[in-house]
Write a protein that binds this ligand. Structure first.
Ligand SMILES: [Zn+2]
Length: 280
């Protein structure tokens, strides 16, 4: 069965002037509908779901519109929109689906900005962490966004139930993730390294979790590794098919949550390739 897409048009309602704008998800949704994917509508995450990951004061300030940085504006109603995006991740974890929602999440930590990084990198609530914490079982969080998920690392650092594994561009925003720390395994790559080197690194990274205990794979699925995108590693559409095959090779219950990817329809094409490789 084709992986189902979690989507709500409500997530298109903010930030039209921002690089993390609605077009990237709107075009992806249209492309995936044409390809025959079934879509499910999420419900907002509950307060108790958010509190498993985030500090209560941070949530209060976010709700009041008091948290803003140079990357991450305090849009009207952003707390509710972020709750809905987190709800997308929760639903994806329940149906083994792909949450095609925004805002993204992997740069935001327990108290907001994470690991000493100044901004939250377009993120308000850490969607994948909220889903993994709610699931409550041993998990591998596989972060294939081109940026290091400093927020996700902060949330899970030292957590015996979670392995965080990230392949990302370095040096680059947010500047973290140069080396591995305990349960957080980081695999940096230079800009535009290309598919061959990327897949060799991914294979090496995944070999590190062979024999480790986890029941679910939660994929932070970013597509800004595409050639020319914000964290380009020189990948092409076909590269995502190869990545999907490798995720399937882990042979575990798997769900996907959108992170970055800023080139409109290419996000949809990347998702289709990733899921086709995963299902092949
Ligand atoms: Zn990114």
């Amino acid at each position: 069965m084709k992986t189902r897409i979690i989507f709500s048009e409500r997530c298109l309602g903010y930030g039209i002037w921002h690089v993390e704008g609605p077009q990237r998800v709107k075009l992806a949704h249209e492309f995936l509908r044409e390809k025959g994917y079934e879509c499910l509508e999420p419900a907002p995450a509950e307060e108790e779901d958010l509190l498993r990951v985030h500090d209560g004061d941070y949530l209060w300030n976010l709700r009041k519109g008091l948290v803003e940085d140079s990357d991450t504006p305090a849009y009207d109603n952003i707390f509710e929109l972020a709750r809905l995006s987190a709800g997308g991740a929760l639903l994806a974890s329940q149906v083994c689906g792909f949450s095609l929602m925004r805002p993204p999440g992997h740069h935001v930590g327990v108290f907001g900005s994470a690991l000493g990084v100044y901004t939250r990198g377009f993120c308000y609530l850490n969607n994948i962490a909220i889903a993994v914490k709610a699931f409550g079982k041993k998990a591998l969080v596989l972060d294939i966004d081109g940026h290091h998920g400093n927020g996700t690392q902060e949330v899970f650092q030292g957590d015996p139930k979670v392995i965080y594994l990230s392949v990302h561009r370095h040096p680059h925003y947010p500047g973290t993730g140069f080396s591995s720390q305990g349960n957080c395994l980081n695999f940096p790559l230079p800009a535009d390294c290309g598919e061959k080197r990327y897949l060799e690194k991914l294979d090496h990274a995944l070999s590190m979790v062979v024999g480790k205990q986890f029941e679910v794979v939660a994929v932070s699925a970013g597509f800004d590794t595409y050639l020319g995108d914000l964290a380009s590693l020189g990948l092409s559409e076909r590269s995502y098919f190869e990545i999907g095959k490798r995720i399937a090779g882990l042979k575990k219950k798997t769900f996907f949550v959108l992170e970055g990817g800023y080139m409109g329809e290419k996000v949809g094409r990347g998702i289709n390739q990733l899921l086709s490789g995963f299902e092949s």
